[in-house]
Design a protein around this ligand. Structure first.
Ligand code: SAM
Length: 214
C-alpha cells in the first residue's frame, strides 16, 4: 500500500458517518450500531475497502466492519462509500492489536485477512496478523462456529500462518496454494486490490479457512 500522507485525511475520517470514532465504546454494540441482528464479518487491514464493499453488495444480510490503521488509505474507502453508500458497511481506523477493545467476546461471526503485511524479520513475527498472538485475540471475539479466511500471494507468510494454527489450537478447514485454479475454493471469490495486482503478475494465491478449537 502506498503510504502517501494525505493532508486532512484524519479530519475527513473523523467527520465521516461511515467511520466509527476511534475511542467509541462499540464493543458489544455492533448490532445496535447497524440497527439489526445480522451477523458481523470483519476485515482486518481493509486497505481501500474494495473487497469489503463488493462483498457487502452481494450480501446485504451481513454487516461488515473494515479495520485499517492508516487514515490516508481509509480515506479512499470513505470516498468510495460516498459515491455508492452501503448501509451494511462501517469502518474503524485502528491498529489491529487493539481489536479486543472494539468487539465483545463472541460478537464476530467471521474474520477476513487479505494480503496482510508480511513483517519478514523474525523479531517482528508477533506483528503478523496470522501469528498465534493475533489468533488468541481472534479466538475471543469469534463466536462459536465462526471462522477466519486468509488470502495472500506471500508463500513465506502463508507457511508461517499454517504453522501457527496448531500451537494456537486452531484447525484448518480448507486450504489451497493456488486459489484461482481451485474450483471449489474459488467459487464466489471476490478479488482484493492486491489479489488482482499480484495474480496478474502470475503469482499463485494461497488461501486457508481456519477455526478455533473450543
Ligand atoms: N486487504 C487489501 C488488499 O488485499 O488489497 C490491502 C492489503 S495491504 C498489503 C495491507 C493493509 O493492511 C494496509 O492498508 C495496511 O495499512 C493494513 N494493515 C496492516 N497491518 C495492520 C494492522 N496491524 N492494523 C490495521 N491495519 C493494518
Amino acid at each position: 500500500m502506498r503510504l502517501r500522507n494525505i493532508p486532512g485525511s484524519r479530519e475527513a475520517i473523523g467527520a465521516s458517518e461511515y467511520v466509527i470514532p476511534e475511542e467509541s465504546e462499540c464493543a458489544g454494540k455492533w448490532r445496535e450500531l447497524f440497527g439489526n441482528e445480522n451477523p458481523i464479518h470483519v476485515e482486518i487491514g481493509t486497505g481501500k475497502g474494495r473487497f469489503l464493499m463488493e462483498l457487502a453488495k452481494v450480501h446485504p444480510e451481513i454487516s461488515y466492519v473494515g479495520i485499517e490503521k492508516y487514515s490516508s488509505v481509509l480515506l479512499r474507502a470513505i470516498q468510495k462509500m460516498e459515491e455508492e453508500p452501503l448501509s451494511n458497511v462501517k469502518f474503524i481506523r485502528m491498529e489491529a492489536e487493539h481489536i479486543l477493545r472494539y468487539f465483545a467476546k463472541g460478537e464476530v461471526d467471521r474474520i477476513y485477512l487479505n494480503f496482510s503485511d508480511p513483517w519478514p524479520k523474525e523479531r517482528h513475527a508477533k506483528r503478523r496478523l496470522v501469528s498465534r498472538e493475533f489468533l488468541d485475540r481472534y479466538r475471543v471475539l469469534l463466536k462459536d462456529g465462526g471462522h477466519l479466511e486468509f488470502k495472500t500471494d506471500n508463500r513465506d507468510l502463508f507457511d508461517f500462518g499454517v504453522e501457527e494454527t496448531e500451537p494456537a489450537k486452531w484447525e484448518i478447514m480448507e486450504i489451497t496454494y493456488d486459489l484461482h485454479h481451485d474450483e471449489k475454493m474459488n467459487r464466489g471469490n471476490i478479488m482484493t486490490e492486491y489479489e488482482e495486482r499480484f495474480s496478474s503478475m502470475g503469482n499463485p494465491i494461497c488461501k486457508y479457512v481456519i477455526r478455533p478449537l473450543r
